[in-house]
Design a protein around this ligand. Sequence first.
Ligand code: ARG
Ligand code: GLU
Length: 733
Amino acid sequence: MHKIFTVCFLLFLLSGPARAGEGMWIPLLLGELNLVEMQEKGFELTAEDVYSVNAASMKDAVVVFGGGCTGSLISEEGLLITNHHCGYSAIQRHSSVEHDYLTNGFWAMSREEELPNEGLKATFLRSMEEVTASVLKGVTSEMTEEQRREVIAANSVALMEEAVAGTHFTARVESFFAGNQYFLFVNEVFDDVRLVGAPPSAIGKFGGDTDNWMWPRHTGDFALFRVYANENNAPSAYAETNVPYQPRHYFPVSSEGVKEGDFTMVFGYPGSTAQYVPSWHLQMLTETVYPQLIRLRDEKLEVMRHHIERDRAVRIQYAAKHASVSNSWKRWRGEIRGLEILDAVNKKQEQEAAFRRWLESDAVMHAAYGSLLEQYARVYARMETMQLGRDYLLELIGRTGMETLRLAGSFSPLLTMTDASEPDKEALKVEKERLLLALDAHFKDFYQPLDVEMTVVLLKRMREDLPAELQSDVFALIDKKFGGDVDAFVSDLFQKTMFTDRAALVELLQDASAKKLQVLRKDPSYRLYARLSKIYHNQIVPEYSRLRAGLDSLDRHYMRALQDFEPERRFYPDANFTLRVSYGQVRGYEARDAVDFRYYTTIDGIMEKNNPEIYDYDVPARLQDLYAQGDFGDYAREGHLPVCFVASNHTTGGNSGSPVVNSRGHLIGVNFDRAWEGVMSDLMFNPDQCRNISVDMRYVLFIIDKFAGAAYLLEEMEIIGAGLPEEKEAALL
Ligand code: ARG
Ligand code: GLU
């Protein structure tokens, strides 16, 4: 029975169009088949409405928000909606214990009150075109991977330069289908993006890390920004004279809501997926890499939790760091579980067996692809260790690792510059200024007792977890000088290091001669950083990169082979942080035996969770009052105010903040998460369980209008359907 099921599933997997909801499609190439499918699900518009170079289309209302999220334009005056968690660090940067916008929310009550955000960008796609032939010009099958890469890089640079010559646009060339296809993207980047409104975290992050990646969900995960431009509607760095940007298109906001089965389209920037990797890749992740990283992060989270719970200032300092450590930690656990339930490794192995049989039956294909799988097996046998080592070291000295060490490491370019017999004075000055700014950022969110504990914990784990070939020589030193006592070593380090003394570092940067700076080389933090980074750069990166290049080449061939093997199947390229369309339907799901999830949640569920003792479930008093009064404006349906809904769109990290539109292209929600049972969709999609989670626009409007008292913001939106704010309704009469 099980066997038959597997075979059926496999046939299903291997043939025909992508399964319901599966796929992240290139907007330019939305083909006949996609459109037929979309229309069957209810879509009422055309491919041109989604993407057009000449006419205004939906693509003109979608941006890359910051470095890794999506955002949508929702008014002709540059108003932008994205997720609260995407605006989180911007909100945090404006927050202090006195002005705690994370806790209390922030609402600009006029344009003048909108807050500028240094470094925050909104990137619009202006056009895209396929450039495979030009990118691969001069590439031959005899070339080594390295030669191939050089030719591709040179061709790409030439194409990009040509595309934007004489304009203020920027360009990118991106590879699709593992290097079998290339597209050129021309973008317009706006760098004056101001904060307009954000609900308190108790709404925008309601449920916190406890509910993260889970359905049922009650998070009002949205924030509002505004894109500004100069008087020619073109990008300009922040200036008081800038004016709201007028987009070519913006999304009308629907307050009509959603029902089960409604068409949904998510239009945004999914970051990365790996749908076509061989079974060894899944084994490497689920058996080695994820379990180790999960254990390491268990401990990181424990250290943070301990300090965050005791001190409000520390909670603000570490809010974003904690959320980021917790986020992948939880997703990895979900992915392992989801892949196990799907029996994913076996499915891939069966697919590979079928592929082998096909090769045996076809001499031409055998000659082309005969050794692919064996080569994969060989590379992954070694990659397992290198992948773990690389990810592990990044956990130690990367963004959420040992902070003092990392700060010390950031002085390394300066020290290298001062080594030169005649250092470049101008470059030195620039580098010192960069470091002074970095010191501000570091110390604003630094709490030493936490970092001391973190350093101890991470060193201990490293010693226990990593294979001998990746161990650090620091442990020999700890054995010799501290009798193996890591705590003693770390406490000695923190007593001696200068990198916890901001004033001393500032003084050194401002006054010191090149020679004086050299004392930093002897600093114990700097030394430990150097030891660890040496392992990373000397023992891991070279071999890892070599293996990765090998895999890139295998992936490219395997992708082509799979397309020959299954000529009937409609393939979509893996996510690569380029603009994609995914379509599906509003749909609940059966989470496990006898547990059937409805497709939407309401404010009633927020009140059920309410518990002032639990930080993640502490409902703001004002929201409780509105609830008690039943003051939902026109946003409720039959007395219940909707909060979130799930649909069957194929999404991933980067899709946060993506517009979710209905059959007529009206904004019904803002995508912000996926449901726990389906987070393995980056590696294998299961139409029965993979769901994206969005905040319902009716809840967004309610919060802006009723909770924040910022109804003036609704006036610039084009709101379709019931649920108009009273003033607007009056104005329209
Ligand atoms: N899981 C969502 C995403 O991957 C939301 C993350 C932010 N929220 C949080 N509680 N950490 O980005
Ligand atoms: N929260 C994710 C993001 O920031 C989206 C959830 C997902 O991975 O699908 O992009």
